[in-house]
Design a protein around this ligand. Sequence first.
Ligand code: XIL
Length: 346
Amino acid sequence: MTSPARLAMAAVLAVGTSVTLAAGPVTAEVPSQPLRDHASARDFLIGTAVATGPLAGEPSYRDTLNREFNAVTAENAMKWDATEPSPGQFTFTAADQITASAQANGQTVHGHTLVWHSQTPGWVQGLDATAMRDAMGNHIGTVVGRYAGRIATWDVVNEVFDDNGGMRSSFWYQRLGESYVADAFRYARAADPSAKLCINDYNVEGINSKSTALYNLVSRLRGQGVPIDCVGIQGHLAIQYGFPNDLRQNIQRFADLGVDVRITELDVRMQLPADAGKLATQSTYYRNVIDACLAVARCTGLTVWGFTDRYSWVPDTFPGQGAALPYTENYQAKPAYQALHDALAG
Ligand code: XIL
């Protein structure tokens, strides 16, 4: 092959198509094919959290987002403090930007989140029981109703457990008791009967007291006819704490309850500075998580909590740690990206 022809072929392969040469058809294995193409081919959602700032202002962010991912979650734009900052005053500008962008780019939207102890305005936290239940119903009805038919899945409740597997002593629990969980799911089902409704939490990757409490709650509520369709395992991991080797087994036990499972917020942080060895270890974590999910039919998707180290909650939240995502701050794919890619392509 002459050099210009080789270059031309490389250019075509780089955008993920096969070429026909005079000598006969050449269907190339294309390593640069985006994650979403491989994911869609197996009916899998590969998602990312999206921040509205760079979505509006940064072409490299948008290009990578829309090339690689077939699902999105609003990192903050759909939380209560963003959508209903004062009683009955709803603001959907940021949430609308994300859903419109997703629709234009063929991405499924995962709604995050309706009822949480964090990023919820003070006015909600100060209500008495009756008013709090009413506010919850109104909030869920308005937000879920607005996006009915456009948001496929919702994190209806987020982080309802403490790390020992007790109910978290949030203002929700203190005022309403455990019943707020079932009520939230019923309000959401009424507002959009077609949306899949999820319960989401962290430190539930392996089999432990917290994930077992989650398992027991989902089992009990489904037994009572409460509309819970899915479980979200956040997946905020750190290489210095080791990998939860029973992740696949844990996903499987939830699937056996008859619910879908999603990895909803995957990131794998490390002590900074990053180096080649840590990035290689990180890539094995990414690979192990996606392999565990792909091994269970009801594990329908994996979402990373942001895709570029340029915009990650980790350095702000865990001082001295970072480099948790599949792309560098300059949008270079890291070994972790390759790990996701190879698993989806394999
Ligand atoms: C985080 C966002 O990434 C930050 O930008 C924000 O300041 C705080 O919340 N679990 C969740 C997510 O369910 O909503 C959190 O997102 C990370 C932990």
